[in-house]
Design a protein around this ligand. Structure first.
Ligand code: HEM
Ligand code: HEM
Length: 486
């Protein structure tokens, strides 16, 4: 089948119930995960916030936060966006309703089990791969369900052309599967305990090959796919350069996978491997900025809308933060810069520029566009969305700037030597200096969370003013030219 020969699609409807489910859980887990982050931030300023309870200790709360925001908030947002856009891009209903439901509920079960384990102190102790082996098995199963449903849907598609967003989704599904399997290869000894098969520096290398590519293929490629589908929709413009988007895709996925060793500079990893990681990280600037520019230039001719449309505001700032963290990241990969920044809060600032700015704001832009369409109505309050935008932006700036200051302070104080060769500052002196900035970070995080809650209110009110729709699949192709593939 092709464009000139569209199949009659009679009684088929899109499945948007699954999308609504994922949207709901994104908001719910987003609030939980960010509250845990805020609590952890407060603990760093006032240790008394741990209430002397093991369940609230920083060591348990921190992975709860990272797991919740990465797998639950970002994960559910990705699934919602993929299920909605893939059906439209393929002009067919998702292949299997049963698999969609298993995916939706299975993923929430994983999140609950993981949270219970982490709070109870059961962890694999590998960053972003903390879930214990039994939860890892469930993740594998549900990921296979997702992949099967996705590729089956592609096989049933009524549009010949695979729009670039789908390529980014494919890269996500395949790469995350490989990373998860290899980094979690372990021998179970009890229900919650296993031993990883890798050891020593190989373990470290594989862990950071995983860790860096979790950023690349969970916090970057699916969000680029979302950018390529939803931004042209929101701006009502074709994507600036389709050719650039293809070059962007292939160069990004080829380069990303080699950059992991930048997490292991000045370690036992062989020097050549560290240098290779550093070089690939520097090269990564080019495709990243190519993608950012392709996004921003898509707004050519629509810039005046940015003044009034909160959705476009969120997109522009998301892309700007993407550009910023993909400039900062390559700089942090240079050995001499890493010598200052590694182990300090500068890295935490870098992380949250990407996480709050790029990931969070893309989710907000997409959801403000999506939810009114899922309920056949208008957004309850554009004004509230604009307030959310400003609160969120100020929150990110407070978070990042305070972490830059604490990071550089730590880096400089830790490496200061007295003329007799001893360290100039004790650890506690450095820590005391950081206190005011930790307060500022907590304020920034608090504002960001407040913004999320405003959005939840706005979207619930939107949903209540409409009704849940599952629109029919159009019989005719609505995408006459390649540039309008969105
Ligand atoms: C209300 C908003 C948030 C607050 C207050 C917050 C706070 C924190 C805190 C206090 C830490 C621990 C830092 C440390 O160990 O010194 C942290 C780590 C982290 N957070 Fe957040 N966070 C927020 C939102 C997010 C979001 C939305 C994401 C991802 C989408 C995210 C991803 C991460 C990651 C990946 C780390 C680990 C950083 C590292 O190892 O360098 N956070 N966060
Ligand atoms: C060109 C793109 C990027 C490069 C080359 C890069 C490079 C780096 C480097 C060198 C570090 C510090 C490692 C260390 O000293 O410990 C780092 C940490 C990190 N980056 Fe990036 N970064 C990039 C983009 C991003 C983006 C867009 C995000 C978020 C969406 C992000 C999330 C993270 C996270 C979560 C960590 C902390 C890992 C940890 O220690 O737990 N990065 N990155």
């Amino acid at each position: 089948m092709n464009y000139t020969d569209p199949a009659p699609v009679s009684a088929e409807n899109y499945d948007d119930d699954t999308v609504r489910g994922f949207v709901f859980f994104t908001m719910f887990w987003g609030a939980v995960g960010m509250l845990a982050g805020l609590w952890a931030a407060l603990e760093l300023a006032f240790w008394q916030c741990n209430m002397e309870s093991p369940y609230l200790s920083f060591g348990r709360l921190r992975p709860l936060h990272t797991n919740a925001v990465i797998f639950a908030f970002s994960g559910n947002a990705i699934f919602a966006s993929v299920y909605y856009s893939v059906q439209r891009l393929c002009r067919t209903r998702t292949a299997s309703d049963v698999l969609s439901k298993i995916h939706l509920w299975g993923w929430q079960l994983i999140i609950v089990l993981d949270a219970v384990c982490l709070l109870s102190g059961f962890t694999d102790g590998k960053e972003y791969a903390e879930p214990v082996w039994i939860v890892d098995q469930l993740i594998t199963l549900i990921w296979v369900v997702f992949g099967a449903n996705f590729f089956w849907t592609l096989a049933r598609r009524r549009e010949k052309h695979l729009y670039v967003a789908i390529w980014f989704y494919i890269a996500t599904i395949i790469t995350i599967a490989v990373l998860h399997l290899v980094n979690n290869l372990s021998i179970p000894v009890t229900l919650f305990k296993s031993y990883i098969v890798w050891s020593g520096v190989q373990d470290a290398l594989i862990q950071w090959w995983y860790g860096h590519n979790a950023v690349g293929f969970l916090l970057t490629t699916p969000f680029l796919g979302m950018m390529y589908y939803y931004l042209p929709k929101a701006a009502n413009r074709p994507v600036y350069s389709y050719r650039l988007s293809i070059i962007h895709f292939w160069s990004l996925i080829f380069i990303y996978i080699w950059a992991g060793p930048h997490h292991l500079l000045y370690t036992a990893l062989p020097d050549w491997a560290q240098t290779l990681g550093m070089c690939f990280s520097l090269m990564l600037l080019a495709p990243s900025w190519g993608g950012m520019l392709n996004g921003l230039l898509t707004l050519k001719g629509a810039w005046e809308k940015v003044r009034t449309d909160p959705i476009l505001k969120f997109f522009v700032v998301a892309l700007t933060f993407y550009g910023m963290s993909t400039f900062e990241g390559p700089m942090l990969s240079i050995r001499s810069v890493s010598a200052l920044g590694h182990y300090t809060d500068w890295i935490v600032g870098h992380v949250h520029g990407g996480a709050l700015g790029w990931v969070g704001f893309t989710v907000f832009a997409v959801f403000y566009w999506l939810v009114p369409r899922l309920y056949g109505t208008k957004l309850y309050s554009e004004r509230l969305a604009t307030i959310h935008f400003w609160i969120g932006t100020v929150g990110i700036v407070l978070y990042m700037v305070s972490m830059w200051i604490t990071g550089v302070t730590q880096g400089l104080m830790w490496r200061a030597f007295s003329p007799d060769g001893s360290l100039t500052y004790s650890f506690i002196e450095t820590t005391k200096n950081l206190f005011p900035y930790y307060l500022v970070r907590a304020m920034g995080g608090g504002l960001y969370l407040l913004g999320l809650l405003l959005m939840a209110f706005n979207l619930v009110a939107t949903a209540r003013s409409g009704r849940a729709l599952n629109p029919p699949v159009p019989a005719e192709s609505v995408r006459p030219s390649r540039l309008e593939q969105v």
